[in-house]
Design a protein. Structure first.
Length: 215
């Protein structure tokens, strides 16, 4: 992966370029997390582990953790936006994803001139220049870096949730609808971090009891 797209933007006169990505649209539990990283100019990809940056899904958990620290060091800014399951249930996952992205952008000290967004939609009602890139986490360096930050952040949050609700195995599946998770939902019912608007959770809630304090 290279900085070709970011370099084109810098050559066009943009001074601060951001890459943004999210993780957690599909899970049955936990938040959706967006991460935004910014660059004020090209960086040397031969430094430390930068050359290993790519789509977070193609990296091991150990490598993501290593790159998480490297990204914090070499990018101009790194910011996180989080929408919890209650917000997801209230506004739907599509809108919650945009809200998380706006939170990440709003957390930057300096607003980027141009934003490269992973996926098929630009962020609505955002004034800076934007371009959405389908599978951007596999094609655009800054988006790939953002995907790593988002993934590591969300995985850490789900590990913490495992400490509170250990029967579900959140430390293993991170809230995704695996066979084990679905079996736990059937056995124990939903817990407070499950997304009640998602079909399997709604079904489990209707057909079985919920953990104390769920709803």
């Amino acid at each position: 992966m290279n900085l070709d797209e970011e370099k084109k933007l810098f050559a066009s006169g943009y001074r601060l370029v951001a890459g943004i990505d999210e993780v957690g649209r599909g899970p049955l539990a936990g938040p959706v997390v967006a991460a935004c990283v910014t660059l004020a100019g090209p960086i040397d990809l031969s430094a430390e582990n930068l050359s290993f940056i790519k789509d977070s899904k193609k990296l091991t958990a150990k490598k993501r953790e290593e790159l998480f620290n490297t990204i914090q060091k070499y990018f101009s800014e790194v910011s996180i936006g989080i929408c919890d399951n209650l917000t997801i249930d209230k506004v739907n996952i599509f809108q919650a994803t945009f809200l998380a992205m706006k939170k990440a952008l709003g957390g930057l000290k300096q607003k980027p001139d141009f934003v490269l967004v992973d996926g098929g939609f630009i962020i609505p009602n955002y004034s800076s220049g934007q371009r959405c890139v389908v599978k951007g986490d596999s094609l655009i360096f800054s988006i790939a870096a953002a995907s790593i930050v988002a993934k590591v952040t969300r995985d850490r949050l789900m590990d913490k949730m495992h400490e509170t609700y250990p029967v579900y195995g959140f430390d293993q599946h991170k809230g995704y609808g695996t066979k084990t998770h679905l079996e736990c939902l059937k056995k124990y019912g939903p817990c407070p971090i499950h997304r009640r608007s998602f079909g399997p959770v709604a079904e489990a809630r209707k057909n079985g009891s919920c953990l104390i304090g769920s709803w």
